[in-house]
Design a binder for this molecule. Structure first.
Ligand code: ATP
Length: 609
């Protein structure tokens, strides 16, 4: 059997990756098996979120199922020789040739499409950063006293990161504002927007046109609400005037909507030729934005505008390709020694959220730092308020679900109207590490559906049922991850599924819904950008690569009040030891050497490609 076929058989590549390699073989039947296998693996890597495949690490991408041993890969030197000799493989120097669908840099193989996205993104960021930045000298006289008013901590702590972020936002065209939950990212954004408006007024200019966006409708709604609450408090305290408050929008939209989707096209209305009508673009939950979307977003920001990307790079990266926010943070952190990132990153460390019921921060920190003993000791001693550890088996789970989860979901059926049902749905959610298998979201959804409405055969289209759309449908204005509630109208007994969309609460006929599945149990990946009062986090019984530090951190931090962790000690320990590695070439695009990448020179960045 060829290596290519063996990879398909062991599920190391998908049928679609295999078909991609076969298409290359049809073009050139003499293409060696090693090249075809590398092509299929590079395509499979994209599906796992990697934008490049370091061939030396390719074995790490093979499935880790205990009884399905993946085939051995070719020795690296031979593999590289075969690739270099292939008509389908470009080195970056001759990457302009369109027939070369793969690009090989050192031992890093990429699909040309994603290689180009990374370069386009880096070029677009450099264009923004290159544009003349306003001189900080304009503001200095008034800025410091004003900062001290808006950021009172500055008086006792000159290193207050929130104030540093605000200062940076006035100077840099590109700002990455990062931090964990409750570290004050939104609070800081509100205040730095105030400063941007006031700075323009002091220069005698009109207020900057500000646009706010987030990858999902839920995250956008949360950003808008949270900014408005902060601004209203500043207004009430007399710290800003009504004109300043009015200059800052209180509505955020999804990134797709901001860019203007065109039905059935992957390009948007706004691009470099038709940039967004904005002087300042703020994108929250940026860790969820994948590489192609981030590229199109940054290209659509006008050359004279500023861009702020807000997010938590410790969370799992976007389900799609590219650990974009993390890669940009990497590049920013290594500037100027190793890279030339055209902006600034400010990280907020301190959590300010005071929840009487929940003390998650020390556990989240131990997991982030990989300190398994600290985390497990704390869990075993019930030291983290609001965190409960159930070291139980999956066999015991259905009874627990019936007792603890089902009452929350039953409450949806008794709600007064669809809006109240959707509000109630935010109170509780079962989260899983995996989609498949006995601990996966598919199995737990099937159990929960059967408990809630035994007449259903697995779908959630019943009164009070929660359904999640799993594909983008621009026609419906529904996007992958949007969750709706089934609602039977008392007058005509017809069931509709109601969604909170960009344009408000909307009903959809079940037959008209895009692809969907029950949403009583969500994978942690799908839960990103959402928060719930209470969460049950279910881990598998056998160790798997999917359980990582980032997955645990993201799953736990979805909760506002209480989380139950259903997991054995071994799984937790293995998960805390593992990092959700994503391979990306983006940081290298900023013309730097990153440690471990074995580059010999730090070439200067030279856009555009
Ligand atoms: N410097 C500060 N001093 C006191 N309280 C603060 C400070 N910064 C933020 N807070 C409070 O901490 C809470 C969390 O702040 P905020 O919502 O801005 O955090 P966030 O990082 O945006 O959170 P999320 O992860 O939910 O997006 C809010 O109640 C806010 O008022």
């Amino acid at each position: 059997m060829t290596l290519l076929d063996a990879l398909l058989r062991s599920a190391a590549v998908r049928a679609v990756d295999h078909a991609f390699a076969l298409a290359l073989r049809r073009i050139d039947p003499a293409t060696p098996d090693a090249v075809l296998a590398a092509a299929a693996l590079a395509a499979a890597a994209v599906a796992q979120g990697h934008s490049v495949l370091p061939l030396a690490c390719a074995h790490l991408l093979l499935p880790d199922a205990p009884n399905d041993t993946p085939p051995p890969l070719p020795p690296l030197a031979e593999w590289l020789d075969a690739l270099r000799a292939s008509r389908f493989v470009a080195s970056s120097a001759d990457a302009a040739s369109e027939t070369r669908v793969l690009v090989l840099e050192d031992d890093r193989l990429a699909l040309r499409r994603y290689w180009r996205y990374e370069r386009r993104l880096a070029a677009a960021l450099c264009m923004l950063g290159d544009a003349a930045a306003p001189s900080p000298a304009d503001h200095t006289a008034w800025l410091e006293p004003r900062l001290a008013q808006l950021f009172p901590l500055l008086r006792s702590d000159p290193g207050d990161a929130q104030a540093i972020a605000a200062r940076a936002a006035l100077v840099h065209r590109v700002l990455l504002l990062t931090g964990g939950p409750g570290t004050g990212k939104t609070t800081t954004v509100a205040r730095l927007l105030v400063l941007a408006v006031e700075a323009a007024a002091r220069r005698g200019e009109p207020a900057p046109r500000i646009l706010l966006a987030a990858p999902t409708g839920k995250a956008a709604a949360r950003l808008g609400e949270s900014l408005r609450t902060t601004l209203d408090a500043l207004l009430d305290d007399g710290l800003i005037d009504a004109a300043t408050s009015a200059a800052i929008p209180s509505a955020a939209s999804t990134v797709h909507r901001l860019l203007g989707t065109i039905p059935n096209r992957s390009v948007f209305r706004h691009d470099a030729a038709q940039p967004l009508a904005a002087d300042l673009v703020v994108v929250d939950e940026a860790s969820m934005v994948d590489l192609p979307l981030m590229t199109k977003l940054v290209e659509a920001v006008s050359r004279h505008a500023r861009l702020m990307l807000i997010g938590d790079p410790d969370q799992l990266p976007s389900v799609e390709t590219g650990n974009v926010l993390s890669a940009l943070c990497d590049a920013a952190d290594r500037t100027p020694e190793f890279a030339a990132f055209p902006g600034r990153r400010v990280h907020l460390h301190r959590s300010h959220r005071q929840a009487a019921q929940l003390d998650l921060a020390p556990l989240a920190a131990a997991i982030r730092e990989g300190e398994a003993d600290v985390a497990l000791d704390g869990l075993a001693a019930a030291r983290y308020r609001g965190v409960e550890w159930q070291q139980s088996t999956l066999r015991a789970l259905p009874a627990w679900l019936r007792q603890h989860a089902v009452p929350h979901y039953r409450a949806l059926q008794l709600a007064a109207d669809p809006q109240q049902a959707l509000d109630l749905a935010r109170r509780y959610r079962v989260l899983t590490a995996l989609r498949a298998g006995p601990s996966g979201s598919l199995a737990l959804n099937a159990q929960l559906v059967a408990m809630l409405d035994p007449s259903r055969r697995g779908d959630a289209l019943f009164h009070g049922g929660l359904a999640m759309v799993v594909q983008n449908s621009y026609r419906h204005g529904l996007f992958n991850g949007d969750i709706g509630v089934g609602w039977r109208d008392a007058h005509d007994d017809r069931l509709h599924v109601w969604f909170d969309t960009d344009t408000g609460l909307r009903p959809f006929a079940p037959t008209a819904l895009p692809a969907h599945e029950p949403a009583f149990a969500l994978t942690v990946h799908k839960s990103q950008g959402s928060e719930f009062d209470r969460v049950l986090l279910v881990l598998p019984e056998h160790d798997t690569r999917a359980v990582s530090r980032e997955l645990l951190y993201t799953g736990l931090t979805r909760t506002r009040e209480h989380v139950t962790v259903w997991a054995g000690e071994d799984i937790l320990r293995a998960g805390i030891a593992r990092r959700a590695q994503r391979y990306s070439g983006l940081a290298r695009c900023f013309g730097g050497i990153l440690p471990g990448l074995q580059e010999s020179t730090a070439g200067a960045f030279a856009p555009p490609w």
